[in-house]
Write a protein that binds this ligand. Structure first.
Ligand code: ZN
Length: 159
């Protein structure tokens, strides 16, 4: 069946659909009247807008605190950055007569992920992230969210 343009008898708002039987004006709930066939462009725009609305409705906002945990898959470059920062810290500690932390040991779980508090991930890799830069970790990351927590720790202020 072909798409028609329907017009509201009360407010003149126009809607597009195949069969608007039983549907009322989305603005004023007035009756709809078919006035003409819809053009291909109109139908295309209408369907695209409908898909956009559907995507928006499926979006969910998750409160997340900088102190909470994220998991990332570090690249070799990411490990190099961590090793370099580890080594620099060791040099500073040795210079002050401390023992230091020994060799850099990559911490990776069985699934290949490394865990950070979000603030630490930002602090560590912030300067290394950007267009045309070698990725320190895969851009698909995991936010670890405790869904059973009724009150989220949004009141915490500093790391
Ligand atoms: Zn109306």
């Amino acid at each position: 069946m072909q798409h028609h343009v329907f017009q509201c008898l009360d407010c003149d708002h126009q809607m597009i659909g195949r069969d608007m039987d039983g549907r009322l004006c989305e603005r004023c709930k007035g009756w709809l009247n078919p006035i003409r066939h819809a053009t291909a462009v109109e139908v295309n725009d209408y369907l695209r807008e409908k898909a956009r609305q559907k995507r928006l409705a499926a979006m969910k906002e998750i409160p997340f605190n900088l102190n909470e945990i994220v998991k990332v898959k570090l690249t070799d470059h990411g490990h190099e950055i961590l090793k370099q920062q580890h080594d620099e810290l060791n040099v500073m500690i040795h210079a002050r007569g401390g023992k230091g932390f020994g060799e850099y040991q990559p911490k990776v779980d069985a699934d290949g992920y490394t865990t950070f508090q979000l603030w630490s991930l930002m602090e560590t890799f912030g300067p290394y992230i950007g267009m045309c830069k070698d990725e320190p970790f895969n851009i698909n990351i995991k936010f670890v969210v405790n869904e059973s927590k009724s009150v989220r720790p949004t009141e915490q202020t500093s790391p």
